[in-house]
Design a protein. Structure first.
Length: 97
């Protein structure tokens, strides 16, 4: 099942926002698991501003197809983290509305 089949557009935006923060700081901290050793070394040599630009661009590219991710892909990378927050956000909005 794809995430877009499980969540509403609003929930996908929230999930994207949560993951964006996680991914961006994983890259900035030099812990990006998709870097080869050579790429990690290159990243460390960049100026602070260039590291931020790279992390921003890479994060956007990585999450670009988030709605089409398979549920299994999400769980293999992040477990159930963020799911309660995303599901709870819509029910809270409905109660307020």
């Amino acid at each position: 099942m794809k995430l877009k089949q499980l969540f509403t557009q609003e929930q996908l935006w929230l999930l994207d926002e949560e993951l964006f923060h996680d991914v961006y700081y994983t890259i900035i901290n030099g812990d990006w698991p998709f870097h080869t050793a050579a790429q990690a070394k290159q990243f460390q040599r960049l100026s602070s501003m260039d590291q931020c630009r790279y992390a921003l661009t890479t994060t956007e590219d990585y999450l670009q197809d988030l709605p089409d991710w398979e549920l299994a892909t999400y769980f293999s990378r992040y477990g159930s983290r963020h799911f309660d927050l995303v599901r709870g956000s819509v029910s809270k909005n409905r109660v307020k509305g």
